[in-house]
Design a protein around this ligand. Structure first.
Ligand code: ADP
Length: 484
């Protein structure tokens, strides 16, 4: 059914200590194709015992992996990266089958995902230490970097490849070993990466992948004293629960949680630039990204022109299966996602919003949602305070800069924000006033391997990628030598 050049990339087993295994209990979970609802296959539903075996394998392999030289780890990561590029078409096909995004976007994500492995292959060799001026002549103080240890990596379905590589790249570069718990909706992308990691020569037990429903796996990972680090991308609710569960064993945490991104268009913006950025930021992955523009705040003077231009672009979008050439918007991940988007839209329409991009028909299948521009959005609507995670662009009207900043910051989240202006003074003022981990000026894109990705407030802890990304997986040891 899945037509792959290399069918061995499609695996339906968990990876524990270098062996591909079924769950000890024999239990499985079905994975479906969001475009058709058809079952693609069954993955092991790992339980606490399976997870414990993965932790033991990671702890065992840590003893030797942490002793390898950075150059050796770098070389293995480079090989893994090369294999990802070589198999990009198959990785994209697997992703579209289980996640739904258009094939071209899936391929884009594979390249984006691979870029983290390349970046951290390079960073592996730059985990510099330091010497400190000592307080007495017979003393020396050295700061050295050491891997944190076994890392649990829990990832979501919206970027089934890149959310794994963004965590595994720095973990392995630093000398950590990992247990990956991919989303139960998109496990096959993760398992294919596991196959390629083995082919690259990454030793058994360095990367373990446990599949299945999250509760038992999560609880076992969080309770284990051998797991020293947790890196999670997903909802704020689960992230905050993991934070609580990690308290008894005091784990290092990286949390990349929900956002509620404002996208501010000032009267003095370049309209073409703002519209293109809105399309890229709002509609990528059908609006299912945590940095997607969630609230489009548009100033009075440009409001109607912006709405009209955006609506024209949205009306021209093609909806359908990700495998159909030209598809802009694929199916949503599952029925719950569709229900939430519909509820947000119904609430907005009931409170006076207007859908200026009505569509008569949708493709067959339960998971399609029409891309939509809603005029007349207000802060009383659900979509102002909750992530819609769908292709819905609500346009809020504002009068002046202070009002826009106040609305933008009035959220417990602080992941990404975007604003559009041609005025230099305003660029600095607004850029500094926005309370977010990432701010885009005249661009709708802030995700790339060379820059830190992460949020403030309830959007999370820590930064991924960029020059500091590897630090999340390193400890600093202060080595004091006395009596010299
Ligand atoms: P999303 O809204 O992106 O689905 P979730 O937070 O539900 O976000 O899921 C993100 C990841 O967290 C997935 O791999 C999911 O299986 C996992 N997850 C969900 N619940 C738990 C839990 N109780 N413990 C550990 N992991 C969990």
């Amino acid at each position: 059914m899945l037509n792959l050049k290399d069918p061995t990339l499609f695996v339906e087993k968990a990876l524990i200590g270098g062996a591909w295994l079924s769950a000890g209990s024999g239990a499985t979970v079905a994975v479906d194709n969001p475009a058709s609802g058809d079952v693609i296959g069954q993955i092991p539903d790992c339980d606490a015992t399976d997870t414990q075996a993965a932790i033991a394998a990671a702890a065992e392999s840590l003893r030797t992996w942490r002793q390898t030289t950075p150059t050796e780890r770098s070389r293995l990561l480079e090989r893994w990266h090369a294999l990802m590029l070589e198999h990009a078409d198959d990785l994209a096909a697997i992703m579209t089958a289980e996640q739904g995004k258009p094939l071209a976007e899936a391929r884009g994500e594979v390249l984006y995902g691979a870029s983290f492995i390349k970046w951290f292959a390079e960073e592996a060799r730059r985990t510099y230490g330091m010497t400190l001026p000592a307080p007495s002549a017979d003393r020396r103080i050295l700061l050295t970097k050491e891997p944190v240890g076994v890392a649990a990596i829990i990832t979501p379905w919206n970027f089934p490849n890149a959310m794994i590589t963004r965590k595994c790249g720095p973990a392995l570069a630093a000398g950590c070993t990992v247990i990956i718990k991919p989303s139960e909706f998109t496990p096959y992308s993760a398992l294919a990466l596991g196959v390629l990691a083995q082919r690259a020569g990454i030793p058994a037990g360095v990367i373990n992948i446990v599949t299945g429903l999250p509760k038992a796996i999560g609880a076992t990972l969080m309770a284990s004293p051998d797991v020293r680090k947790v890196s999670f991308t997903g909802s704020t609710g689960v992230g905050s629960m993991l934070m609580a569960q990690s308290a008894p064993t005091v784990k290092r945490l990286s949390l990349e949680l929900g956002g509620n991104a404002p996208f501010i268009v000032f009267d003095d913006a370049d309209l073409d630039v703002a519209v293109e950025a809105a399309i890229a930021s709002k509609f990528r992955n059908g609006g299912q990204t945590c940095v997607c523009a969630n609230r489009l705040l548009v100033q009075d003077g440009i409001y109607d022109a912006f709405a009209e231009r955006l609506a024209a672009r949205v009306n021209a979008m093609q909806i359908g299966p990700g495998t159909t050439t030209g598809t802009d918007i694929g199916p949503m991940i599952n029925d719950a996602a569709v229900a939430k988007i519909r509820a947000h839209v119904a609430d907005a329409l009931a409170l006076g919003a207007e859908n200026i991009t009505p569509r008569e028909t949708l493709p067959e299948g339960s998971r399609y949602v029409a891309p939509m521009v809603l005029k007349g959005a207000t802060t009383a609507m659900r979509l102002a305070s909750e992530e819609t995670f769908g292709p819905v662009a609500p346009l809020f009207r504002f009068h002046d800069e202070a009002e826009a900043i106040a609305i933008a910051n009035a959220t417990p989240f602080g992941l990404a924000a975007y604003f559009f202006t041609e005025n230099l003074h305003r660029s600095w003022r607004v850029g500094e006033a926005l309370e977010f981990g990432m701010v885009g000026l005249n661009t709708g894109s802030v995700s790339m391997e060379i820059a830190p990705f992460g949020g403030i407030k309830q959007s999370g802890l820590g930064r991924e990628g960029g020059p500091t990304g590897i630090e999340e997986y390193l400890e600093t040891k202060a080595f004091h030598m006395g009596g010299l």
